[in-house]
Write a protein that binds this ligand. Structure first.
Ligand SMILES: [Ca+2]
Ligand SMILES: [Ca+2]
Length: 377
């Protein structure tokens, strides 16, 4: 009887183990492209809560629909591009909650009535380190449109050369959508029909902090256009927007309006430090707010944020997607350099002496043998 019980118990254990292993693990990783998942969309059809889709560098010709809880991570906006079909939004998020991350892509080629690059409805995910370039909306939200209580974190993103027929060339926030728009570079976007070349706000209260909003165009409020509500606006550089920098709102107490001095011809809008003399650096270096809502811990290329870019001894966040960063000099090999003591690699120092010691021991041993041999003769 006892033996029978043991067998049954063992069988039960095997069965329960089989059942456990048959269920896909929560938090699975998917890789695109791969034989099973050649496109991002093919991975999104099976991914769910807690999963992560890793997308390798390359160009992907598709429109994608995000799913709640499945993060989609590109290899970086400079090498991973989603090129939309031109018949709708490139990226759609409907009911995608916080905890979901969309990061590291260039989004281009979108053409939709609303939200050419990205369309968010009731979605509050994190959108970070992305470039929205050359997307179009015939109505509003050329780069991105948010509606129905969408309050995502939008950080370290570049909105460049997106257009809308009416409102919000770069971003349109509507119907209780209150995102944190922090450390973004919003440039050269256009709203042709009405307001908000850079950002359009309607019945929403976004936090707009540490951004560069420059060179955008609209008939009214070329930089930021607010139809109603009072968004939090501070520590931005809002400059040279055709149709006015602000409409329906005022500049934040710490906003500036100066040429951000990007490195000329750089599509990723790095801030020019005017090195090596630093006489006329970008005014956005160390001009941001360290307590900005959802301040990212790095910039869009992975440089640490916050960094003391002006060398005054106080580390302060920059405005825009780039943080000006000087990597530390490589650590020299052990020893004393220029009066500063660096950590000494004891092994490197001891090795030559060990070698010399071995030679001496062998020489002494040889000498003894020769002497002994001499005595024996
Ligand atoms: Ca800084
Ligand atoms: Ca940087």
């Amino acid at each position: 009887m006892r033996r029978l019980l043991s067998v049954l118990l063992a069988l039960g254990l095997v069965l329960s183990f089989s059942l456990v292993t048959a269920v896909p693990a929560l938090g699975a990783d998917f890789y695109v492209p791969s034989p099973s998942y050649p496109t991002i969309s093919s991975a999104l059809t099976v991914a769910g809560l807690g999963d992560t889709i890793y997308v390798a560098a390359g160009d992907y010709y598709e429109d994608i629909v995000l799913v709640n809880g499945a993060s989609v991570l590109g290899a970086g906006a400079d090498v991973t591009t989603i090129i939309g079909s031109g018949t709708g939004s490139v990226v759609t998020a409907d009911g995608v909650n916080s905890g979901t991350v969309f990061d590291g892509f260039t989004i281009t080629g979108g053409w939709a009535t609303y939200g050419g690059g990205m369309y968010l409805s009731g979605s509050s995910l994190t959108v970070s380190n992305c470039i929205f370039y050359n997307n179009r909306a015939t109505n509003n939200g050329g780069g991105m449109r948010l509606i129905t209580s969408s309050s995502p974190v939008v950080t370290n993103c570049i909105f460049d050369t997106n257009t809308a027929g009416f409102f919000g060339g770069g971003i349109a926030c509507r119907t209780n959508s209150s995102p944190d728009i922090t450390n973004c570079t919003i440039v050269n976007n256009t709203a042709t029909g009405n307001g908000g070349g850079g950002i359009y706000v309607h019945t929403s209260s976004p936090n707009i902090t540490n951004n560069i909003i420059a060179g955008n165009t609209a008939p009214s409020g070329g930089g930021i256009y607010v139809f109603s509500y009072t968004p939090y606006i501070d520590y931005n550089d809002v400059w040279n927007n055709t149709g006015g920098d602000y409409s329906g709102c005022s500049a934040g107490a710490n906003d500036i309006s100066s040429d951000p001095k990007f490195i000329v011809g750089d599509p990723e809008y790095h801030l020019d430090p005017d090195s090596p003399d630093f006489l006329d650096p970008s005014p956005c270096i160390d001009a941001g707010y360290n307590s900005a809502p959802s301040l990212p811990g790095t910039d869009y290329e992975g440089d640490p944020r916050v960094f003391d870019g002006d060398g005054n001894g106080t580390a302060t966040a920059d405005m825009g997607a780039d943080e000006y960063y000087i990597p530390p000099p490589p650590t020299p090999p052990g020893g004393t350099v220029g009066g500063e003591v660096y950590p000494v690699d004891k092994t490197t120092l001891l090795l030559p002496w060990l070698g010399l010691g071995l030679v001496l021991v062998l020489a002494a041993g040889g000498l003894i043998l020769v002497r002994r041999a001499g005595r024996l003769r």
